[in-house]
Write a protein that binds this ligand. Sequence first.
Ligand code: FMN
Length: 160
Amino acid sequence: MGLFGGPSEYTRAAYLVPREVVLITGEHEGDEALWPVDLHMPVALEPPFYALSCRTEAFGARVVLASGVFVVNFMPASEETKVIEAGALSGAGAAKRARLGLAVSPARFVRAPRLDAADGWIEAEVHEVRRFGDRSLIVGRVVHAETRPRGARTFHEWRR
Ligand SMILES: Cc1cc2nc3c(=O)[nH]c(=O)nc-3n(C[C@H](O)[C@H](O)[C@H](O)COP(=O)(O)O)c2cc1C
């Protein structure tokens, strides 16, 4: 898989350790967010907070910021093709999820869809957004998490 952001020593360093690619989902007034993110992490355990680093102009991020909630879906390796395809398509004006054939169920505590194929998911309410260069750090207060790990997940690594 190519490296988004281009090959520089900085991105090479950032991706020396494979990063798990999750799919973020959200919904606002009929618009659906669905996009892969590998820049994400838990930032606090008690109380729990989870952070995403995103281009805030991207369609999915705008949906999440408008609704104030997001779901982090941990995808099994068997769904890798769809995960990567979700990064190549824009959700703007297109039924991205339907094109990818990903089924959803309502999240339990936030108004957003979660992906049925996920090995687990985290539901969060946007708590704080801070701009850093070309990205924004979206920090969510975790309101629910559920996991059912079944095997290998999807990772993004530097291969050269
Ligand atoms: C493997 C992979 C990892 C990505 N990681 C991120 C990320 O961490 N943050 C981000 O803003 N975009 C990331 N992207 C790019 C977004 O997924 C892409 O801009 C998004 O799909 C645009 O969709 P949208 O127009 O529906 O928002 C990644 C893409 C791929 C393929």
